[in-house]
Design a protein around this ligand. Structure first.
Ligand code: NAD
Length: 386
């Protein structure tokens, strides 16, 4: 019987809502590339309710305990005395969400002698040291596509919020003011701008599709070029690398995984090559940006705005400089954990668990690492490209 260790973000400060804002979540039949939605044998939760916080338990307890497995749920994940680190020593499966990542460092993996499977309830498995998982033969899987469209929507929202300078205008209203000149002195139209998309995978491509109707000129780079027909449909200009991409754009959106190749990529040097007054929206991973370089670029005016929802570390400490830098539109890591996304990644987590516990293969699109090597989506998006 397996011990499953589930790390989730804390419950709402005032407890679970007595009622939700809406009675249901939108129905989706399939993902845009035809991939099917998660297919667990059943679900024991109500879609549309909070599942990603501790009491929601991703709806997994009844199913696991009925089969004789043990489920431990905690939000206490950091430091050697954390419940996570204590429970890890005899856990067979670890599940955590990128929004509240249980960092599986080499040191922690060394203590987790029974660990066979690390599931990301969501997308993005960089909180697991993948090289060590490969060495140890640990399977790493995530719920591919579960929240990609939500992240793309969040990206578009933040691009518009930055370019139009929405947040200060909202603040003026809330504070009882009406000075229009104050409100518009940094307000621009997106129409006519050059927008660059760094990595056109599931999220990047959805951003391209959603921004195309805004009358922008679209540019992108990725290790793999999109089909000609897609480039033509959206009038895309392909760039060989990010250096070429950022030189001639007004807005950069970032959608690559965090790897050795992308860590710290948005540094002083790269930012200095961007047009003065550019905007960046990064919902990929905080550590793709050099934290202090972003602050400097906002202070100098090289950047006119920075937004996204990903930080390093997470949760971001109260004194993280991105909370205080000028002209930012940051949110906590929320874009991928809307209530509909939670329902999909909870169901996908159960599908992965059922496969693992019953000895059936996990879908290749969910796999990042398996059998001592990158596999499935991991082989495409995380492994070094020769
Ligand atoms: P994906 O696997 O569909 O696409 C990733 C793309 O990045 C691929 O096309 C790949 O070729 C490209 N890529 C990888 N390394 C590159 C490099 N060095 N240079 C150029 N291109 C490179 O993944 P996705 O579903 O689009 O998600 C992308 C990332 O977004 C995830 O890895 C995760 O870190 C992040 N994410 C964030 C949230 C959130 O809530 N903010 C939610 C989901 C995913």
């Amino acid at each position: 019987m397996a011990k499953v260790l589930l790390v989730l973000y804390p419950d709402p400060v005032d407890g679970y809502p007595p009622a939700y804002a809406r009675d249901s979540i939108p129905v989706i039949d399939a993902y845009p590339n035809g991939q099917t939605l998660p297919t667990p044998s059943a679900i024991d939760f109500t879609p549309g309710e909070l599942l990603g916080s501790v009491s929601g338990e991703l709806g997994l307890r009844r199913f696991l305990e009925a089969a004789g497995h043990t489920l431990v749920v905690t939000s206490d994940k950091d430091g050697p005395d954390s419940e996570f680190e204590r429970e890890l020593v005899d856990a067979d499966v670890v599940i955590s969400q990128p929004f509240w990542p249980a960092y599986l460092t080499p040191e922690r993996i060394a203590k987790a002698t029974r660990l066979a499977l690390a599931i990301t309830a969501g997308i993005g498995s960089d909180h697991v040291d993948l090289a060590t998982a490969i060495e140890r033969g640990i399977t790493v899987a995530e719920v591919t596509y579960s929240n990609s469209i939500g992240v793309a929507e969040h990206t578009v929202m933040q691009v518009l919020a930055l370019v139009r300078d929405y947040l200060p205008q909202y603040r003026i209203v809330v504070e009882g003011g009406w000075n229009i000149a104050d409100a518009v002195q940094r307000s621009y139209d997106l129409e006519g701008m050059d927008v660059g998309v760094f990595a056109a995978g599931r999220i990047g491509r959805a951003v391209i599709e959603r921004l195309a109707p805004f009358g922008v000129r679209l540019h992108y780079t990725d290790r793999y070029r999109l089909p000609d027909e897609v480039e033509q449909r959206y009038g895309l200009t392909f760039h060989d690398d990010i250096r070429s991409l950022v030189r001639g754009i007004d807005v950069l959106t970032v959608h690559a995984p965090l790897t050795d190749e992308t860590r710290g990529l948005l540094d002083d040097d790269l930012l200095s090559t961007m047009r003065r007054g550019s905007y960046i929206v990064n919902p990929a991973r905080g550590a793709i940006a050099d934290r202090d370089a972003i602050v400097r670029a906002l202070e100098s005016g090289r950047l006119a705005g920075y937004a996204g929802d990903v930080w390093y570390p997470q949760p971001a400490p109260p004194d993280h400089p991105w909370r205080f830098m000028p002209h930012h539109g940051m949110t906590p890591h929320t874009s991928g954990t809307s209530l509909p996304s939670q329902a999909r990644y909870a169901a996908g987590t159960r599908e992965i668990l059922e496969c693992h516990l019953e000895g059936r293969p996990i879908r290749p699109e969910y796999l990042i690492v398996e059998g001592g090597a990158y596999a499935g989506t991991g082989a495409h998006s995380y492994a070094k490209k020769d």
